[in-house]
Design a protein around this ligand. Structure first.
Ligand SMILES: Cc1cc2nc3c(=O)[nH]c(=O)nc-3n(C[C@H](O)[C@H](O)[C@H](O)COP(=O)(O)OP(=O)(O)OC[C@H]3O[C@@H](n4cnc5c(N)ncnc54)[C@H](O)[C@@H]3O)c2cc1C
Length: 314
């Protein structure tokens, strides 16, 4: 009997054969860093510290704490970062922006971090405060991240991270102009760039090609956002210029009222994204944790990262 090939068999015999991604055990565990935001109240503070304690044994290279839009969380950022320095084994990094402050005030915040034992600053221009649509430099302040990096370099030998935009910053006049600004921040003394989140790995890999062509040789660490609240991410992405692919909308479609399944889907999507990047040689990842440990922990586990054994446990 001569049956025509159909379904799976036909696809297997005639389509391209796809081998799997490398197993996590075949690659060195990636270097991780985690980002948190400063808590607004007592309950959120407890949730944040539970997340920090859960992620601490994964021994990230550093953990960073954001600075609210318009510089609104100056005190809370400082308190969280100082507590990280004093009470944990983690290396903290403080986000610092140019918004709404004079150079002297920003320098004073930076010196305060030095005094608290914090040597890593994520130097950003910052977004305008809520209600304002356009960024206006403070008359006596640092105008752009590039100026802030230069100012920090004058103060001390900080480790300085800056922001990078694989899909181009929304205010940039062109992708090339945006890349030129990144290069200027690096030339001013930054030690690495951390990217805005993206969902299609190709976007980041193409950006790496463009960075290399522009002579940027410092690490461009991909920012990874595990998505569990899809609606919120859609809204935020529209503002910050990150594209949300149609395949992702389809994955989360129908899960609006089902947070548990959304979380499982989110872990798989982010782990797949990171494993694909790893297969392409990327070995460093910055996770936007949104102050939750579960997704980041699960993804790190899938990547082969295990808690460091305490000395007492041998
Ligand atoms: C990893 C990361 C962490 C972040 N953390 C925070 C945070 O904690 N708090 C916060 O408020 N925001 C944060 N942001 C958001 C950031 O502040 C905004 O994206 C802001 O709009 C730009 O900041 P920047 O440091 O990249 O700016 P810059 O590098 O100074 O500028 C951004 C872009 O604007 C354009 N530009 C700059 N200078 C000029 C010029 N002179 N003329 C014309 N165009 C110019 C360029 O295209 C440039 O790439 C973060 C972003 C990233 C990627």
């Amino acid at each position: 009997m001569n049956l025509a090939l159909a379904g799976t068999l036909q696809r297997w015999l005639t389509g391209p054969r796809v081998s799997g991604l490398p197993q996590p055990t075949e690659l060195p565990p990636p270097k991780l860093s985690f980002e948190f935001f400063p808590p607004k109240n007592e309950a959120l503070e407890q949730a944040l510290w539970a997340a920090i304690r859960r992620l601490e044994p994964l021994a990230p290279r550093f953990v960073s704490v954001t600075y609210g839009a318009g510089g609104t969380t100056r005190t809370r950022t400082h308190e969280t970062v100082s507590r990280l320095a004093q009470e944990t084994s983690l290396t903290p990094a403080a986000h610092l922006t140019c918004v709404g402050a004079t150079r002297e005030e920003v320098d004073e915040v930076a010196r305060g971090y030095l005094a608290a034992g914090v040597r890593h600053i994520v130097a950003l221009r910052g977004d305008p405060p809520a209600g304002a649509t356009e960024y206006t430099p403070h008359p006596g302040g640092y105008a752009q991240a590039e100026d802030l990096v230069r100012g920090l370099r004058r103060i001390a030998d900080f480790d300085i991270s800056v922001g990078a935009y694989p899909e181009t910053h929304p205010a940039a006049t062109s992708a090339q102009a945006d890349l030129d600004f990144l290069k200027r921040k690096i030339d001013a003394g930054a030690t690495r760039a951390i990217t805005q989140y993206f969902f299609d790995t190709d976007i980041y890999l193409r950006f790496l090609d463009r960075c290399a062509a522009a002579g940027i040789t410092l690490p461009i660490v991909p920012g990874i956002l595990p998505v569990s609240n899809f609606k919120q991410v859609q809204k935020f992405s529209a503002m910050c210029g990150a594209s949300v692919p149609a395949w992702m909308a389809r994955l989360f479609d129908g899960l609006e009222e089902d947070a548990d399944t959304r979380r499982m889907v989110a872990a798989v999507v982010a782990a797949e994204q990171v494993r694909l990047l790893q297969a392409n040689g990327v070995d460093e990842f910055h996770f936007y944790t949104l102050n939750r440990a579960d997704l980041t922990y699960a993804i790190a586990h899938l990547l082969g990262v295990r808690p460091a054994k305490s000395e007492a446990a041998g």
